[in-house]
Design a protein around this ligand. Sequence first.
Ligand code: SF4
Length: 381
Amino acid sequence: MTAPTDPKLAAIRDKVHAGERLTFDDGLALEATSDLFTLGELANLVRERKNGSVTFYNVNTHLNPTNVCVYRCAFCSFRSDLKGPTGYVMTDEQILGRAREATERGCTELHVVGGLHHQLPYEWYLNIIASIHREFPDLHLKAWTAVEWDWFEKLTKRSTRDLLAEMRDAGLGSLPGGGAEIFHPEVRSKICDYKADADQWLGVHRTWHELGGKSNATMLYGHIERPEHRIDHLLRLRGLQDETGGFQTFIPLAFHPSNNPLGKGIPKPSGMMDLKVMAVSRLMLDNFPHIKAYWQMLTAKVAQVAQSWGADDIDGTVVHEKIYHAAGSDSPQEMTVADLRRLIEEAGRVPVERDTLYREVVRDQPVGKRWQTGRRLVTLN
Ligand code: SF4
């Protein structure tokens, strides 16, 4: 590989090869370059240092128990007003039915997020976790974004620590990374004023990590934010990870402009931008073990290529994805394990099924029958 002609990029290349931490200005220089191949070379170096040639995937399903939400984030195509024509609240039977379906399909994880309903109490959200866990104790429940936890605190006037501990005892497995959007107040005040701010978002994750839990982090890019806002976002996450070490995965989320007020006049992020953000994230987040190319947001094609631009995870089978499809995602709702493995193998990587906590899942029969997770052998119906 020839050295880059841009002296700033050449200096960054030396730092990455030496394993040195990159600065805010380094991040801006990475954002400014159009030398996509050097970005890929450097991000791939870090990716292979951390995860070799493995790309992870999982067998999972989504559950969005309600789309009714008190907030009106400008980028959101999922939410509904309390009496809006598209508003819904799933019944207990529907919720347990979704968990049963997930278990029968061999899922190891249920990803549970939704709206902040005007009238439903915290106990409704708690009961979702408790009732699923009672019936399906082997299903890992990755539930409620930091924005939802902040809402629970407002509803109950109890501390987030207390609520997190209570829900953990009821069956909560880990926290998803949603709700982070862009932390910088110049942007956050325009796209999601009112909901949890950066310090509140980070505070929820800090508390969960202090309780011994693991979580993920995200960034919504490709709308009105500028490169300095993205680098600021990454460095705030890196700072918390230095403190706690509780983050597992960072997931850059490409903005989808359909059916939301923010999207008017804004095109979808290009493939160039998707790969650049992926690579810059891998390089700046030197203390995050994993970077995910979430195929639902990026398309399967970009997620496949992103495995050479820093990503070591492409998420899972998903099923029942509502949030990004409402915003115009034209990815399929679901991917089979064979599809995921093909995407990985064609990219020259080694597919490894993981559970939510990145333990390898070893199945002794095809998905949906009988399988092993870590050291536990689980028999399904
Ligand atoms: S992004 Fe979440 S908090 Fe914001 S309006 Fe949509 S559902 Fe509500």
